[in-house]
Design a protein around this ligand. Structure first.
Ligand SMILES: [Mn+2]
Length: 243
């Protein structure tokens, strides 16, 4: 069995989500062979050294819980989101989680999936795409990670507030995937079943691309008392409510 989750946006401000996630890792996820995390696991990630931040044990608790799951033999893999794009090799080594490229093609004996966070397809949001290009540039990352942790945390906070207030001015279509870009993406990935998050608009969409039916599963973000995972049992994909 394979499980998929995304958009938990873990932060000390949402202790209920953390509690649900730790419960998920300790119980539901134990019966899976693989767990895929499709981005925005964390609300913010200022760099891997935040795991050992003496002022804040929040991230360490999450990393330790992931480690217990991977030590138990569950293969956990992660695609970066637009919030936690700085999750790096130290995080991977500590947690046992494998970092994947975005998009990632998951070829199984019975089916083919393509996995992504989903933000790259929100092509109508030009401001966001410019930001995405900047932060994924290796020179920008090196310069950013050279700053002290406290400064990086402050910058991440300011960016988050900016993005939250910008969201209020954005019309709905800016915050969803672009239909043409999505169709091209489905074609480029051989009409595989597409699973993504990011938009916080959970739904299962049916696309007809070049006369071929393709499913696109948009995952739900997690809230204080409610979460979601997708489960592939080898034959069918289903949504599971987590409480
Ligand atoms: Mn996102």
């Amino acid at each position: 069995m394979i499980l998929f989750i995304s958009d938990l946006h873990l932060s000390p401000q949402t202790p209920g989500v953390k509690r649900m996630f730790l419960d998920f890792l300790g119980n539901r996820a134990r019966s899976a062979e693989q767990l895929f995390i499709l981005g925005d696991l964390f609300e913010a990630w200022p760099g891997d050294d935040c795991i050992d931040d003496p002022e804040d044990g929040f991230n360490l608790a999450i990393v330790d819980a992931l480690r217990q799951l991977t030590d138990a033999g569950v293969a956990v893999a992660l695609i970066h989101g637009n919030r936690d794009f700085l999750l790096g090799e130290a995080f991977a080594a500590r947690s046992g989680v494998r970092l994947l490229p975005d998009p990632y093609v998951l070829s199984l004996p019975a089916w083919q999936f393509v996995l992504s966070h989903g933000d790259a397809l929100c092509t109508d949001d030009h401001d966001y795409q410019a930001f995405r290009t900047q932060v994924r540039n290796s020179a920008w990352r090196t310069a950013f990670l050279a700053k002290p942790l406290s400064e990086r945390k402050a910058i991440a906070n300011a960016l988050r507030q900016k993005s939250e207030s910008a969201k209020k001015d954005k019309t709905q279509y800016l915050m969803d995937v672009n239909p043409g870009a999505t169709e091209d993406f489905l074609r480029e990935h051989g009409y595989a079943t597409f699973i993504h998050g990011h938009t916080h608009q959970p739904a299962t969409h049916d696309h007809i691309v070049d006369g071929i039916h393709v499913e696109r599963w948009v995952m739900a973000d997690w809230h204080e008392a409610i979460g979601e995972c997708l489960c592939w049992d080898g034959e069918t994909l289903t949504r599971e409510l987590l409480t």
